[in-house]
Design a binder for this molecule. Structure first.
Ligand SMILES: CC(C)(COP(=O)(O)OP(=O)(O)OC[C@H]1O[C@@H](n2cnc3c(N)ncnc32)[C@H](O)[C@@H]1OP(=O)(O)O)[C@@H](O)C(=O)NCCC(=O)NCCS
Length: 172
């Protein structure tokens, strides 16, 4: 199964929403992507689709966030949302999206990525609980599902604070 990963273009918007709707079984994540696309911080090259032939079968988004402490603000990225069509889940497409996206983000100079998600899945790509870096979030979630990854060695060594997600995430 040959999968190609590429940045989204405007012909993909509807399909991306549909894939999110199917994967999550609701419309909230698809709508989130649509709203974030209108946010000026949106990075088109970090909204990636997985294609099988001409068909889009998966999507991943990395969106800029800030980690704020009393005296400092650090730029980072949130990995969210991510989706693969139900019929093709468990075949490695999601892993290809994560790996490709992380490599691209690193190449673009981003230092770190934060994710709120499956604690058995993301550690495979190097994510560890964000609490290790004294990074917190405002959501009331178990420690192990809120994770961080350094794209550059020690990128989070001197970073601590609370992740500020853009307001669009409040509607989830
Ligand atoms: C999560 C998701 C994007 C992964 O894509 P994928 O192509 O299925 O991923 P891969 O084939 O690379 O890896 C499969 C692994 O994903 C992990 N995984 C997928 N869904 C999971 C879930 N709900 N809980 C925990 N782990 C999960 C498992 O470790 C699985 O391994 P297994 O096949 O040994 O069971 C996809 O399953 C999906 O769209 N799920 C519904 C939406 C979702 O939950 N998005 C992520 C929000 S954090």
């Amino acid at each position: 199964m040959k999968i190609q990963i590429r940045p989204e273009n405007k012909n993909d918007y509807k399909t991306i929403s549909m894939i999110n709707d199917m994967a999550f079984g609701r419309e909230a994540e698809g709508l989130l992507v649509e709203k974030l696309r209108k946010n000026k911080k949106f990075i088109k090259d970090l909204s990636l689709v997985a294609c099988m032939g001409n068909e889009i079968v998966g999507h991943i988004l990395f969106f800029p966030i800030e980690i704020k402490s009393e005296n400092n603000t650090f730029d980072s990225l949130a990995l969210a949302p991510m989706s693969v069509i139900p019929e093709l889940q468990g075949l490695g497409i999601g892993s290809q999206l994560v790996e490709n996206g992380l490599a691209k983000a690193k190449k673009m100079g981003h230092q770190s990525v934060i994710v709120l998600g499956h604690d058995k899945y993301y550690p495979e790509f190097g994510f560890t609980p964000a609490s290790k870096f004294n990074i917190t979030c405002t959501f009331d979630v178990p420690n192990e599902v809120f994770m961080a990854l350094e794209l550059e060695k020690d990128a989070l060594k001197t970073v601590s604070g609370c992740v500020e997600y853009p307001k669009e995430f409040n509607d989830l």
